[in-house]
Design a protein around this ligand. Structure first.
Ligand SMILES: Nc1nc2c(ncn2[C@@H]2O[C@H](COP(=O)(O)OP(=O)(O)O)[C@@H](OP(=O)(O)OP(=O)(O)O)[C@H]2O)c(=O)[nH]1
Ligand SMILES: [Mn+2]
Length: 195
């Protein structure tokens, strides 16, 4: 186990084991199989797996986060929300820590869309450190996607509303990672300044 799992202050370490690498590769493979028939909402119908892979990349390359459970959870973060995957399955394959992080970032699909959106704002400050990291990277990826291309069926108003909502969620995630916070602040301010 990498020493970084015990530390918030120093999230970078070189002490990785075969188990750490295995966990991350198995998570990427599991997510690819679960999301295999899903596409993003852009006109090019980008494979959905590009999103969890990109969220994990944001954590390592921009957040300097190398905690194996956090990276595995990023790869798996939409499997329960968007596929038939269960939390029990995640525990069986990836253990209770990874499952718990995914659980923290999974919306309750039984609630209405408005309630889910409000719950993200209300619950963000109470999430664990690792769940906050995954949520920040998820939001950053989706905001960049919105800045790049408007999803099928979305208009400018809906894009703007998503940026305003994301700003409220991100406000509850501060004090977690300076680099991710700064990048989120910049993209949100740039887009809310439009028109
Ligand atoms: N920007 C963008 N988003 C896309 C695209 N394709 C799929 N999505 C997903 O759509 C979700 C945001 O759209 P909403 O209308 O707010 O949510 P909904 O999917 O529940 O209807 C995000 O889900 P999420 O990752 O679970 O995050 P969250 O925003 O629900 O927390 C995002 O990953 C795309 O091409 N561009
Ligand atoms: Mn996501």
């Amino acid at each position: 186990m990498a020493t970084a799992t015990n530390s918030h202050a120093n999230e970078t370490t070189a002490a990785y084991t075969a188990n750490d690498i295995s966990l991350i590769v198995r998570a990427a493979d599991f997510a690819a199989r679960k999301h295999k028939d899903q596409r993003r909402k852009d006109h090019q119908q980008t494979p959905y797996i590009n999103h969890p892979l990109g969220v994990a990349r944001i954590l390592t390359e921009e957040g300097n986060i190398f905690d194996p459970a956090t990276i595995a959870a990023a790869l798996l973060h939409d499997t329960v929300e968007d596929t038939k995957t269960t939390f029990d399955e995640l525990t069986e394959h990836f253990g209770p820590e990874v499952m718990a992080i995914v659980e923290e970032v999974t919306d309750d699909k039984r609630a209405t869309k408005a309630a889910r959106k409000q719950a993200q704002i209300d619950n963000a400050p109470h999430k664990s450190h690792k769940a906050k990291l995954v949520k920040m990277a998820d939001k950053l990826y989706n905001l960049r996607d919105l800045e790049r291309a408007t999803p099928l069926g979305w208009d400018r108003h809906r894009v703007r509303e998503y940026f305003k909502w994301a700003q409220q969620v991100v406000a509850g995630l501060t004090g977690t990672n300076d680099a991710l916070e700064q990048t989120l602040k910049e993209i949100i301010e740039r887009n809310l300044a439009k028109k």
